[in-house]
Design a protein. Structure first.
Lengths: 136, 136
């Protein structure tokens, strides 16, 4: 489950965190794991609130994707979260996240420069960027 | 290791194959695994030839990405392969691939319609599409 949270048509909220398997700090879109019996959109709503402290007024599934279909069954649903209302960051105690707000153009630029190297985030940012370019 | 093989500035070669973990047939960019001691660009060259039967004249690393940095160390290098010269498909006997040639615009459309749902392919196609749009 991943979320592209947009504050407005051109501002995205990202999270920066140390990723043990990668051995480095990564800048990503918020993401989390479905709890047993939880619906994907309920999970997305919960994760947006837990990770960045916003409640989404509008939640739309953008796309789903297989991360490593050669060896993993994992399929990731990615939602667009809009009409965000500030609540409070209600984070799991084992999570240390820095919240980073950038324009969509800057996020795309950070893909080009290699500052964003997480596959789900690259997909989400590029698709959101296309969506809003087409709407302009 | 993944490859975006372009026949010209607007034509991409994809592979369609049954993916056991996903339990379905997926349309993807060609990809493979580094052999012991192999350099990433040598692997990319070998995989393009093995999977789609072309030798790339020009090979450029486009980006690298973590597929699942929350639990996996895997980092995927993705190359742009251009100036393709037809050789013969020299496939591992356990691979059953169908080669599919489409325009970059159609590949992007297939992401929008959910016909392409593999994360590395979504990243590679959208980045190649931006690259060539900007050059036009």
């Amino acid at each position: 489950m991943a979320i592209v949270p947009l504050l407005d048509h051109n501002t995205i909220v990202l999270v920066r965190q140390f990723r043990q398997p990668a051995g480095r700090v990564l800048l990503e879109i918020p993401a989390g794991t479905l709890e047993k019996g939880e619906e994907p959109d309920d999970c997305a709503r919960r994760e947006v609130e837990e990770e960045i402290g916003y409640a989404p007024g509008l939640l739309t599934e953008m796309f789903h994707s297989y991360l490593a279909p050669g060896y993993s069954t994992e399929m990731l649903h990615t939602f667009l979260a809009e009409d965000l209302r500030k609540t409070e960051v209600n984070r799991d105690t084992d999570e240390f996240l820095e919240i980073v707000t950038v324009s969509l153009e800057d996020a795309v630029r950070m893909i080009d420069t290699g500052e964003i190297v997480d596959a789900k985030s690259i997909c989400g940012i590029l698709l959101a960027s296309r969506l809003y370019k087409e709407c302009k």
